[in-house]
Design a protein. Structure first.
Length: 205
């Protein structure tokens, strides 16, 4: 019985203590006695800017940094070399063209001094070309020296016969003796004499 009475007394004491602790008066007293913490807004601009914003911050503009590629130097060197080579080829081509034009003018001038107006080039020049070709055909199956000598001989002989005045000028410039400058006259005279002899012989028979 004594133990039960002690337990009842302890429970009553705990109930009284809890009611005192959770009473509205005590809570009001505690709230008035204990200061409540307050949030102060920072006044530093740097601190304000460092706080997170509601919106996304604008992206910073991209800065392009020029980087020199190793291939750029090689391309530039190749371009310079190609330009120099093109200029060199162009200059050489121009020099060769001028040289060719000079030789052409010299040959044209030499032909004008050789060709005579008294000769009829058409068709006599064609006959000379055909005779030269015939000389190469005749000497085709001959010795090498014969093949080499026949076309020029046919050329000179046909030119002396079909273009006598031009041949005489060319022979004079080449220093050919006088008796060999009039080959057509000599051929015609030889032909006349041969014809005369054959006529006389046929008349006697």
């Amino acid at each position: 019985m004594a133990a039960m009475a002690a337990k009842l007394a302890a429970g009553a004491l705990a109930t009284v203590s809890a009611g005192v602790a959770f009473s509205p008066v005590l809570r009001a007293a505690e709230s008035t006695s204990a200061p409540q913490p307050t949030l102060a807004r920072p006044t530093d601009p740097e601190l304000l800017r460092s706080k997170l914003s509601l919106y996304d911050s604008p992206a910073e503009p991209a800065v392009l940094v020029p980087v020199k590629s190793p291939l750029q130097d090689e391309v530039a060197a190749a371009r310079v070399a190609a330009s120099e080579a093109y200029s060199s080829i162009k200059d050489k081509t121009a020099d060769a063209r001028q040289t060719w034009l000079g030789l052409e003018k010299q040959g044209e001038g030499a032909l004008k001094t050789i060709i005579s107006d008294r000769d009829q080039l058409n068709p006599n020049a064609l006959y000379v070309g055909i005779a030269t070709l015939a000389g190469s055909i005749v000497g085709r199956n001959r010795n090498f020296l014969v093949r080499l000598a026949l076309p020029p001989l046919f050329l000179v002989g046909s030119a002396a016969y079909f273009l006598p005045h031009s041949y005489a000028k060319a022979a004079e410039r080449a220093g050919v003796p006088q008796q060999w400058r009039d080959l057509r006259g000599r051929v015609d005279r030889a032909a006349k004499e041969a014809k005369k002899v054959s006529t006389e012989q046929s008349g006697r028979q």
